[in-house]
Design a protein around this ligand. Sequence first.
Ligand SMILES: NC(=O)c1ccc[n+]([C@@H]2O[C@H](COP(=O)([O-])OP(=O)(O)OC[C@H]3O[C@@H](n4cnc5c(N)ncnc54)[C@H](O)[C@@H]3O)[C@@H](O)[C@H]2O)c1
Length: 402
Amino acid sequence: MTFATAASLLASRSSAFVAQSGLTKSASRSMSAFARSMVAKAEDGQAEVVLVGCGAPNRGMGWYHGLQMVEQKCPSASLDYVVEPWFMGPGGEGPGGDDFKQCQAEWESTYGVQFATSLNDLPPPKAPRLALISGRTADNPRLLSEAIKSGSKCIYLEKPGAPTVAELQAMKEEAAAAGVEVLMGYNKNVCKYVSKTRDYAASVPGSHVTFVSNNAYENTAESLGECFERNAEGMLKNMAIHELALLVSFYDVTVENIESVTADKEFSSMQTLAGPSGKEWTDFDKIKFTIKTKNGNEVSVQADRCGGTDSYATVTKDDEEIFRYYMPDEDDKKLVEELTAKYPTAMPYFFTQDPDYITVKERVAKHTVDGQPAEGIATIDVAVETLRVAEYLTPILQEQLK
Ligand SMILES: NC(=O)c1ccc[n+]([C@@H]2O[C@H](COP(=O)([O-])OP(=O)(O)OC[C@H]3O[C@@H](n4cnc5c(N)ncnc54)[C@H](O)[C@@H]3O)[C@@H](O)[C@H]2O)c1
């Protein structure tokens, strides 16, 4: 392709998309010099990804998403922009600030990624824009509004999406009114252990599935108190939210369709512990429960803050376990070892879920470009119902465990 053809293709694609995204001419005329200096990077067939909330290297979920994109693991996603309000602002001189600066310099020089402190500073899209929002949950309502205003065609929203059902519902309505689609980073929806377990259970009539999720916190009042305070939304909205999304996506679980929920009192444990601030928090450090739906489904979830690093699922028949599948499985353990050796200080869950993060991003980016269905990806409707279920279950389970 000659430069002229490429330029005219870019111009036509750009103007068509600007018109579609509703950005006015005056808005693009009033673009800052900073925005005008930014250049397009996404190629034909790629979404122009804006990563919102990169976070600190080795710590932030956003950083890992960015890494997978600059390493070209997702062919339909071009990481064109990173928006990082904290580490390029007030947090720049604090913990993680230097690591972030180093990462920024490398991604700018090696991969041509452009950095900004706000979505409001970006120029209009030159290709179908996908905003991947991986900020702090409390900031998401504002970030989603800004992503819509900056011309995003689609938004990839990290779980759980918002602190409350009311906020997430309002975000859903705002996006729908603007004609912008919102898909969720519920990666366990596309995970191998989940599909293998569901397939096996489907072949055994009368069997029962339990999804198990573990964290590796130390089992001390200090460690759990810190965990309770940092994840103050509680275990169901924070840790077990992935499993609740599975129940909503695959087992028809909705607040209206729940017939009963029963805590396993022997397994479960609820504690009131002081966090680092001195304030006390009541939460589950372990929870196991079974939900029956009005249309005859039955499924269990088990989550343990101090259970280790594995997630897995089991199938039982007549109370006997007949199947178990781990994440990672034997095939993926090699990849986990390789990634751990390459990034020894990074969060371990990046590596066990590495293939699933790639799958979700690629499907969402491809969908942003060609509009074909993003198979298995949770929508914001699923996310709203998932949060509703979490808010509904928490007081019921707390009551049962008193
Ligand atoms: N899908 C998954 O498996 C998975 C795993 C972990 C996190 N997440 C989700 O990803 C999102 C980001 O999580 P994270 O753990 O990377 O969050 P994080 O708090 O480490 O970083 C998110 C953003 O918060 C800002 N920030 C960081 N420290 C700050 C501070 N001290 N004060 C103010 N702002 C600060 C930064 O802008 C950063 O980009 C959340 O929605 C989380 O639920 C998903």
